[in-house]
Design a protein. Structure first.
Length: 301
């Protein structure tokens, strides 16, 4: 669909949520472009889902600087309302006044993409725990007091796929018609700062190691579908069935977390960095071994 027509079509809705949450004009103009890009990415059959996510999830702005350098995050917390478990969802932009345009776009798209891919089948109720889904992964809470217990280790694969989709959505934005006076300056600024194509630099090492499987159509299309629909419970069996090796998905998840932790260790070390670098290389090879096994057993790539 023509981007100008789609932007005009969604403008009244965007204005309504911006007025509801008292967003500033900067956020308003960002959403004029971001929401249509999500609709193009996921298709008009998902328009209602996308609009519901942007309507229900408030953007909270703070100028605090966290020690962990987290610029933005999406989160949800369980509540009990009229005898039914629900969630309160929100998105936080940190250090807002000092964040440049490209990082702000990346942060908003990245976190809202988590949100859109968590909207359906979000809550799983167990005997003693509640499981709140974020894409492929879960955050676990006690039912008795809603206290957070842990997050599922698959969060790193979720971040890798979400980062890939963030780049895709921003590249959709980059291709919008620049003749529209409502968005022309913003699109020009984005294109000036990002060159021909945009690649999000979040989780760069992990994404690089997984590059071959992210280009595998069977893998990426299957995981994109189950994330959006909330049917994530049998991914490990599906993955292991293709590799022909029980536990290969679980091992892949463990190794991705290992390489992330080693990356942090490497950046904080002042001495003996070569030892950690060697561990990163070994872990990368083990990840690639699993990926090669999956790719070699897939007919449609």
């Amino acid at each position: 669909m023509d981007s100008n027509r789609l932007i005009a079509q969604e403008k009244a809705f965007i204005d309504s949520i911006c007025d509801r949450y008292n967003y500033d004009n900067n956020i308003r103009h960002l959403l004029y472009i971001i929401i249509p890009a999500f609709i193009i990415k996921y298709g008009f059959k998902r328009e209602k889902l996308i609009l519901n996510a942007f309507r229900d999830i408030r953007i909270m702005i703070t100028n605090e600087k966290r020690n962990d350098n987290v610029k933005a995050y999406f989160s949800s917390k369980p509540i009990l309302e009229d005898g039914e478990y629900k969630s309160v969802k929100y998105l936080v932009l940190q250090n807002y006044n000092e964040t440049n345009l490209i990082d702000l776009y990346d942060n908003l798209v990245h976190e809202f993409n988590h949100a859109v891919n968590s909207y359906i089948n979000e809550i799983k109720v167990g005997k003693n725990y509640l499981y709140l889904r974020t894409g492929l992964t879960f955050r676990v809470f006690r039912k008795s007091d809603f206290c957070f217990v842990r997050k599922d280790p698959s969060y790193m694969l979720e971040e890798i796929i979400n980062t890939e989709q963030t780049s895709e959505i921003i590249n959709i934005i980059k291709d919008f018609d620049q003749s529209n006076p409502d968005i022309a300056n913003t699109i020009y600024a984005i294109n000036s700062e990002t060159g021909h194509r945009y690649n999000s630099n979040s989780y760069f090492l992990e994404g690089y190691v997984c590059k071959q499987i992210l280009e595998n159509k069977t893998f990426i299309r299957t995981l994109e579908t189950v994330r959006l629909n909330g049917d994530v419970y049998d991914i490990n069996k599906w993955f292991d069935n293709i590799t022909g090796e029980d536990g290969s998905y679980k091992e892949l998840i463990k190794l991705l977390n290992d390489i992330y932790n080693l990356e942090i260790e490497y950046s904080s070390k002042k001495l003996f960095k070569s030892i950690t670098l060697g561990k990163i290389k070994d872990t990368s090879r083990n990840i690639m071994r699993i990926i090669d096994k999956f790719n070699n057993n897939v007919v449609y790539r």
